[in-house]
Design a protein around this ligand. Structure first.
Ligand SMILES: CC(C)(COP(=O)(O)OP(=O)(O)OC[C@H]1O[C@@H](n2cnc3c(N)ncnc32)[C@H](O)[C@@H]1OP(=O)(O)O)[C@@H](O)C(=O)NCCC(=O)NCCS
Length: 182
């Protein structure tokens, strides 16, 4: 079980947001957030009509992340509305358990306000106390906002899969693999 006390942060706008481990009561809010993220399309590979995360799977994911010592699901919440989500999973076998991968999403209406940085800083603090040595991610080369955030925290590019995503004829994005060692 990951033990993480909730923290409150103030966004650039002055609004207060709670950052805490996801709970079952957040499941439908997480679903609504992810639907909005895919509708918006920034930083997503799947198209909105291709992506599905049924409520039951979200609930299962919340329970699994909450009961594992080396996984973490964080939400950013304003008045009970979920406006940000971070999901981290460490490797499953002994030889890969010292590192893991995460995904990070902020509601389109709340971007550039400090939520992404707050979620990521919370993950880094938790990872250090949990003995995780490296947190990896994959990001699209045109997701400038995300890449700027990761670089500002010290993430470096480990490799690039060129033209992995094709939007249209002659319109591609690379998949960039980034990580910091903690
Ligand atoms: C990427 C994302 C998680 C960042 O969260 P956020 O709350 O919007 O970002 P923050 O306000 O915390 O900003 C953190 C940093 O990102 C960068 N950034 C933020 N907005 C930016 C913009 N409009 N243009 C360029 N860089 C920007 C800056 O470096 C910023 O640091 P600063 O506030 O000190 O200047 C969020 O925008 C998002 O969900 N994007 C779509 C999905 C996605 O790309 N997820 C990542 C996939 S790996």
């Amino acid at each position: 079980m990951s033990v993480l006390p909730p923290t409150n942060i103030r966004l650039h706008s002055g609004i207060e947001v709670s950052i805490r481990a996801a709970e079952l009561r957040d499941a439908s809010g997480i679903g609504a957030l992810i639907s909005a993220v895919y509708e918006n399309g920034e930083g997503t590979v799947s198209e909105a009509n291709e992506f599905q995360w049924p409520l039951q799977s979200i609930q299962q994911s919340v329970e699994e992340h909450g009961s594992a010592t080396n996984c973490l699901m964080l939400v950013a919440v304003i008045d009970s509305a979920v406006i940000g989500l971070l999901k981290f999973e460490a490797g499953a076998g002994r030889r890969v358990a010292h590192q893991g991968r995460f995904g990070l999403w902020v509601h389109p209406s709340n971007r550039s306000g400090g939520v992404g940085r707050a979620l990521l800083s919370t993950l880094i603090g938790w990872a250090r106390t949990t003995g995780i040595e490296c947190i990896r991610l994959t990001v699209l080369s045109d997701a400038t906002r995300a890449i700027n955030l990761y670089r500002s925290i010290g993430f470096e590019i480990e490799g690039t899969c060129r033209r992995e995503v094709k939007y249209a004829p002659e319109s591609y994005a690379d998949q960039i693999h980034m990580a910091p060692f903690l």
